[in-house]
Design a protein around this ligand. Structure first.
Ligand code: ZN
Length: 247
């Protein structure tokens, strides 16, 4: 199973750095995790045919889902038009996206994607990849996701504070792709993790490797990596666009 980082900025994109979006491939199955601004262009760079087997949208904040609108146009008008992309998101997200588009009954949006509302504890399967979901500590319904294929397991935190279901979902993962929006003690903002909190979570969950993502764009990533590494005591890297990691 291979992870490719399409974008990793928290909150807003900067030049060359789209927001959250990842491509996971295993045995020819391709799943896109989140579709933040800039990630559709990065996806086409990674996959010229843009052929996906599924999409997972972790929550309705625009830095994780605004490119769904452009993915819709890509599926409809792009070089290889297609319908029926299996898509997983918390209940209500598909309706919110459709409402923004003014997509009433019969609109092409409802044919481009086949949405499946998921919640904590739900499971799914796409080709050779098993999915499992857990609810995170965030301002609105948000799901962390576990992907298992070929005996390897990747867990993506989505956005989360230190509570919620992520610590249990991450237990024993080969790779934890974890948000680290903040630095220092991360005090005063319960819906995101500091780099040190991400490192502590990785240690407690017994994961093999930690990949930091969703850093606020104004922060120095080297400091985030150092803070996470001190708390984790294992290998830590910063997810940058174009990076590929064998899970
Ligand atoms: Zn976010």
């Amino acid at each position: 199973m291979r992870l490719r980082v399409l974008g990793s900025n928290g909150t807003y994109p900067t030049p060359g750095h789209p927001c959250s979006g990842y491509l996971v491939e295993a045995d020819g199955t391709r799943v896109m995790l989140d579709a933040g601004p800039g990630t559709l262009a990065a996806l086409q760079e990674a996959l010229p045919d843009g052929r996906l087997d599924a999409l997972v949208v972790t929550h309705a904040h625009p830095d994780h889902c605004s490119d769904v609108f452009h993915l819709f146009n890509f599926l409809r008008f792009g070089s290889e038009t297609r319908e029926g992309l299996p898509s997983f998101a918390p209940e209500g997200v598909a309706d919110a996206l459709a409402a923004f588009l003014g997509a009433g009954e019969g609109h092409a949006f409802h044919r481009a994607f086949v949405w499946q509302g998921v919640s904590a504890g739900d499971r799914g399967r796409v080709g050779g990849i098993d999915l499992a979901f857990a609810a995170t500590q965030h301002q609105l319904p948000t799901l962390a996701v576990s992907l298992t294929a070929g005996g390897r397991r990747l867990v993506y935190s989505a956005d989360t504070g230190p509570g919620g279901g992520l610590p249990a979902l991450a237990a024993g993962a080969d790779l934890l792709l974890c948000e680290a929006t903040l630095q220092g003690d991360g005090e005063g903002w319960p819906y995101h993790l500091s780099a040190a909190a991400a490192g502590a979570l990785a240690r407690q969950a017994g994961v093999r490797r930690l990949l930091l993502t969703h850093l606020a764009p104004m922060l120095d990533p080297a400091r985030s990596v150092a803070e996470a590494a001190e708390a984790f005591g294992g290998p830590v890297e910063w997810a940058v666009p174009g990076m590929e990691v064998e899970v």
